[in-house]
Design a binder for this molecule. Structure first.
Ligand SMILES: [Zn+2]
Length: 55
């Protein structure tokens, strides 16, 4: 497992294995940037793999 990108928002629920994922880049909601963390750590925080990411 590698690092994944996570949106920095109040109610984040998913992590993205594709840094170009449209769900990571295209939403007009308040957006505080993103952080990168290990996939294991994202899962520890209760995040789920994004369904829009290809890999
Ligand atoms: Zn995604």
């Amino acid at each position: 497992m590698g690092d994944v990108d996570v949106r920095v928002v109040i109610h984040r629920y998913a992590y993205h294995t594709d840094p170009d994922c449209p769900a990571l880049n295209g939403k007009p909601e308040p957006y505080g940037g993103r952080e990168t963390m290990a996939e294991e750590k994202a899962e520890e925080q209760g995040l789920k793999a994004c369904k829009q990411c290809e890999r």
